[in-house]
Design a protein around this ligand. Sequence first.
Ligand code: DX5
Ligand code: ZN
Length: 216
Amino acid sequence: MKIAPSLLSCDFSVMGEEIRRMDKAGADWMHLDVMDGHFVPNITFGAPVIKHIRKYTEKPFDIHLMISEPLRYIDDFAAAGADIITFHVECDSDIEATIAKIKSHGLKAGLVLKPATPASAVLPYIDELDLVLVMTVEPGFGGQSFMADMMPKVRELKSEREKRGLSLLIEADGGIGEATIAQTAEAGVDVCVAGTAVFKAENPARAIAGLKELCE
Ligand code: DX5
Ligand code: ZN
């Protein structure tokens, strides 16, 4: 299992240091939650901030766009140093054009599903995707409770991947910690986002190692 700490739970006054801390703790990817106050009822940060924190690690930047019009901003996030860009299938941009735009920069592209959106919503695009992110909370805030009833969606995506012989990764995001991560591994998740569980831990290195062990 790969672990992607969500910087949403970090101390924003020292974001660079927080990234360095997660890098040393053994994070696989850095998960960056971009919110526009329109697609979700919260506002975080955008490409200018990401550009400045990029130099604190060599690990992949996994950018989760919770914004209404991702297509308008893909060039900015690519220039800021994204490696993976995921955006919501429920957004207002043209989905195919947005995937193509991400790939035109040589980046990995993923679609995200809100809890109420079925797996079938991403199937028309699945051959083009490097990743599908299944939300296990309503997007917008850290520290919410894990929705175990999203695991059938993960299984569905996994079987679709096998049926089509694809290599896309399945990521899960929201409420993942010691008490819940085993379920995600069992369902077939490859990458887990963890905000609270890692940032609020006394020893993040031990927290990340512990999460990985629970998946074995
Ligand atoms: C929620 C974000 C998540 C969130 C996860 O909208 O997409 O990445 O920060 O935080 P925890 O792990 O605390 O649920
Ligand atoms: Zn996220």
